[in-house]
Design a binder for this molecule. Structure first.
Ligand code: XIL
Length: 344
């Protein structure tokens, strides 16, 4: 069904594409050279062999987060054995190019595995700790930080998720156990809990903050929080700033961990790009107010629009333009706006 919004968004998409083709953006300095904190992007192993992607990623970013291949879904086989081929390729690429790697992610509600599903009691607990120990042990000393638990709060926002891990080990206990196991596996690693919609959903943010405060009160080795920051371009002014302020109040490392700014999901229509730039400006400004010691860095969830997971979601036919570079690898106005904002 052709709705007004679809027509507007399609028009916005065409404008963005045309605009990008017509614009000849001045040479953009390496973005990582403009910020006093690590600037990252996500990566799939195959992209390391893509010359255009590699040139952009190594020029503009100082840290990589494996997008999928360092997750349980890829590494853990049904018999409990592990494969490290592709995550190792990512770490080797990063090492060759002087980039760091942020481990993502050890425990996630969205991913279980037949290996765990057939276990219970102490066998489950031992396998859970062993998985964390084996994966982090494999990278000990090479990965400075990890998302130990990903997305623990429900979308509705008032409680912790019910998942394979919580059912086996306890609603909050599975998180503390994972953090403790991770710390024992690599005492030098900075350990994070990471979640999304913390800016769009203040109730979810409040529950996330309570979780973190409880973990800290119980002595869990929680060193940082990740706010994924998958934004909708027309997010109301002030919501991003309030989120960053609240998360920074924990006094922990704060990683803006998976930035993309969707135009397709917004109601901004032809003003989508303008709304996107406004949102990024607010994000940068808010993050610059965070004490330097807490600024663990900003990570974009992709380099080029075509790399974005938002353009791989089944059934959606209106392309999105959520990232800094267009499909041809050219800097978009959003990239230029980011460069201007971080210099301000
Ligand atoms: C997504 C990846 O981008 C996709 O390629 C993959 O198929 C599914 O996971 N929050 C997260 C990320 O923490 O791990 C998710 O990444 C996006 C949402």
């Amino acid at each position: 069904m052709t709705t007004r919004r679809n027509v507007l968004l399609a028009g916005a998409s065409a404008l963005l594409t045309t605009g990008c083709k017509a614009r000849s953006s001045p040479a953009l300095p390496p973005l990582k050279s403009l910020v006093p904190f690590p600037l990252g992007t996500c990566v799939m192993a195959a992209q390391c062999d893509d010359p255009e992607w590699s040139a952009l990623a190594t020029r503009h970013f100082s840290r990589l987060t494996p997008e999928w291949e360092m997750k349980m879904e890829y590494m853990l086989r049904d018999d409990g054995s592990l494969r490290f081929d592709r995550p190792d390729a990512i770490v080797d690429f990063a090492t060759r190019h002087g980039l760091t790697v942020h481990g993502h992610t050890l425990i996630w509600y969205a991913q279980s595995n037949p290996y765990f599903e057939k276990l219970s009691g102490d066998k489950f607990l031992n396998a859970y700790v062993a998985y964390i120990n084996d994966v982090m042990g494999h990278y000990r000393g090479r990965l400075p930080s990890w998302d130990v638990v990903n997305e623990p709060i429900t979308d509705e926002g008032s409680e912790l998720r019910d998942c394979l891990w919580s059912r086996a080990l306890g609603r909050e206990d599975y998180i503390g156990i994972a953090l403790t196991a991770a710390h024992e596996a690599d005492p030098g690693a900075v350990l994070f809990v990471n979640d999304y919609n913390l800016e769009h959903a203040p109730k979810k943010r409040a529950t996330f903050l309570r979780l973190c405060e409880n973990l800290l009160k119980n002595g869990a080795p929680l060193h940082g929080v990740g706010s994924q920051t998958h934004l909708i371009a027309d997010i109301a002014p002030g919501m991003i700033k309030a989120c960053i302020r609240d998360l920074a109040s924990l006094g922990l490392n704060l990683h803006i961990s998976e930035i993309d700014i969707s135009i397709r999901e917004s109601h901004a229509g032809l003003n989508g790009e303008k709304a996107q730039i406004r949102a990024l400006d607010e994000l940068v400004d808010a993050y610059q107010q965070v004490p330097a010691a807490q600024r663990y860095g900003m990570t974009f969830w992709g380099v080029r629009d075509g790399d974005s997971w938002r353009n791989r979601q089944d059934g959606l036919h209106i392309p999105d333009a959520p990232l800094l570079f267009d499909d041809q690898g050219r800097a978009k106005p959003l990239a230029e706006a980011f460069a201007a904002a971080v210099r301000a």
